[in-house]
Design a binder for this molecule. Structure first.
Ligand SMILES: C[S@@+](CC[C@H](N)C(=O)[O-])C[C@H]1O[C@@H](n2cnc3c(N)ncnc32)[C@H](O)[C@@H]1O
Length: 405
C-alpha cells in the first residue's frame, strides 16, 4: 500500500499547478539521455527534487506515448500502462463496433487508451483494481474531453455489478510489475472474460495476436488488427457482436477482409508478381480467401505467399515484381543478384530454414538496385525469388472500404 500511496502522491504533485508548470517547461526543453542530468540539476535549483524526478519520468513516457496518442503531452502514464495501452487509432476503430451500446463497461481500463474512444458518445463504467491506473484513466479521459461520460470504479472486475450495462469491453493484463506474464496467460484469465457473455450478451475481449484458434469459443468472431503491416492485436467478439467467424482489419484505413468461401485455391510456380499478405490476413487464416477474391494462386499448399501475372493492388498484401525465380542454390545467389544489378537485399524467409544474418554476410553484392530476396518453398522445394517493389507509393492505401474476400 505504501508504494501505491507514494505513486498516487507523485501523480497528485504532477497534476498540481507547480507540477503542471514543470511539465510544461519540460515539454519546451530538449531533454535527451545526454542532457537529462544537466536539465535535472538545473530544475532542482527551482523545484523539489522528488517532483523533478517524477516529472522527468513522466516527460519521457509522454514522449514515447506520442507514437500512440495525439494528446500524449497532456496525458499520464506508467511504464506498464503505456506498454499495454491500445493506441488511439486502434481504440477508435474498435469502439465503433460498440455503436449500438448506450452504457459500456471498460473492464481493466488501465490508463484509459480504450476508454478515451469508448467514452466518446456513450457512458462508460471504467473499472481497474490499480488505483493509479484508474486515476490516470480519468485524467486521460479529461485530456480528450470525455471525462464527463466516465464513472470510475476501483475494484476487481470480478466483483463488479454490471446492472444497467449493455456491452462490455475487457482488456486483461498481460504484464504485471514490469514483467510479461507467460504467453497465453492474462489477468483475469481468458476463461473468465469469455464467461462474462453469460451475463451481458455483447462482449469484446482484447487478446494477444498469437492467440490459439482453439481458445476462440464456437460462434465468436476473432478479429486480427494490423496498423499498416504491424500486427497489433486480436479481439474476440461474442456472438451478439460477431459478424463473421474471422476478420482481418488494416488500420488506419479500416479495410476489412472476411471469409469468401469457395473452391480450393490452385498452387503453382510463381508468376510475374508475388503477393506477401498482411500478417493480419495470415493470422486470420484468410490467405486462400484473399487469393479467391483476387484471382491469385498459391506458390505452395502450405506457404502464405500468393502470385499472379498481373500487378494486383490490394490493401491486404504487399505486391512485389518478380525479377528472378528458381530453385534454391546458395552458391549461385550472389552472381544472380549481381547480374540483376542488385546492390542490397532485404531477406524474407517463409517455410525454409536458414540463418538470414549469415546469408546476408555471405552475399557479395555490387549493383544499384534494392531488392527483396525471398527464401521459401514452391511445391515443397526450397526456392529463391528476387523481387522489387513495383511502386512503393501504391502500397499504403488511404481510402477506407469494406472488402469481402
Ligand atoms: C492491458 S491493461 C488495460 C489497457 C487499457 N485497455 C488501455 O488501452 O489503456 C490491463 C489492466 O488490467 C488491470 N487488471 C488486471 N487484473 C484485474 C482485475 N482482476 N480487476 C481489475 N483490474 C485488473 C491492470 O491493473 C491493468 O491496468
Amino acid at each position: 500500500m505504501g508504494s501505491i500511496n507514494r505513486a498516487l502522491g507523485e501523480l497528485a504533485a504532477l497534476v498540481s499547478p507547480i507540477g503542471q508548470e514543470l511539465l510544461d517547461r519540460l515539454a519546451r526543453m530538449e531533454v535527451t539521455p545526454e542532457t537529462e542530468l544537466r536539465v535535472g540539476a538545473q530544475l532542482r535549483r527551482e523545484y523539489p527534487a522528488e517532483l523533478v524526478r517524477a516529472a522527468l519520468g513522466q516527460h519521457e513516457l509522454r514522449r514515447r506515448a506520442e507514437a500512440k496518442f495525439s494528446r500524449a503531452q497532456r496525458m499520464y502514464f506508467t511504464r506498464d500502462g503505456l506498454e499495454q495501452a491500445s493506441s488511439e487509432v486502434v481504440a477508435r476503430y474498435r469502439a465503433r463496433r460498440f455503436a449500438g451500446a448506450i452504457r459500456v463497461a471498460d473492464l481493466c481500463c488501465g490508463i484509459g487508451g480504450d476508454l478515451l474512444a469508448l467514452a466518446d458518445g456513450r457512458e462508460v463504467l471504467a473499472v481497474d483494481r490499480d488505483p493509479l491506473h484508474l486515476r490516470m484513466a480519468t485524467l486521460n479521459a479529461d485530456a480528450y474531453g470525455v471525462a464527463g461520460a466516465v464513472t470510475a470504479v476501483p475494484a476487481d472486475v470480478r466483483d463488479v455489478d454490471l446492472a444497467g450495462v449493455d456491452a462490455v469491453f475487457i482488456d486483461p493484463a498481460r504484464r504485471a510489475q514490469g514483467h510479461r506474464l507467460r504467453a497465453g496467460d492474462s489477468e483475469p484469465p481468458l476463461s473468465w472474460s469469455i464467461s462474462v457473455a453469460d451475463r451481458i450478451e455483447a462482449v469484446g475481449i482484447k487478446a494477444a495476436p498469437g492467440i490459439a484458434r482453439d481458445q476462440v469459443p464456437a460462434g465468436w468472431e476473432v478479429e486480427f488488427i494490423a496498423d499498416r503491416r504491424e500486427l497489433k492485436q486480436a479481439v474476440l467478439w461474442s456472438p451478439a457482436l460477431a459478424a463473421s467467424p474471422s476478420r482481418a482489419t488494416i488500420l488506419p484505413t479500416g479495410h476489412v477482409l472476411v471469409p469468401l468461401p469457395g473452391g480450393e485455391v490452385a498452387h503453382r510456380a510463381p508468376g510475374a508478381f508475388l503477393l506477401d499478405p498482411n500478417p493480419a490476413v495470415t493470422r486470420a487464416g484468410l490467405v486462400e480467401d484473399l487469393a479467391r477474391s483476387l484471382g491469385a494462386w498459391k506458390i505452395d499448399p502450405r506457404i502464405a505467399f500468393l502470385s499472379s501475372d498481373e500487378p494486383l493492388r490490394t490493401p491486404f498484401a504487399r505486391t512485389l515484381r518478380v525479377l528472378d525465380s528458381g530453385p534454391w542454390d546458395q552458391k549461385a545467389l550472389s552472381p544472380r543478384l549481381r547480374a540483376l544489378d542488385v546492390g542490397s537485399v532485404d531477406i524474407r524467409r517463409r517455410g525454409l530454414a536458414g540463418n538470414v544474418e549469415d546469408l546476408h554476410r555471405q552475399l557479395t553484392l555490387r549493383g544499384t538496385r534494392a531488392a527483396t530476396l525471398v527464401m521459401t518453398r514452391v511445391d515443397d522445394r526450397p526456392w529463391a525469388l528476387v523481387c522489387i517493389d513495383p511502386d512503393p507509393s501504391h502500397q499504403d492505401p488511404t481510402t477506407p472500404q469494406q472488402c469481402r474476400a
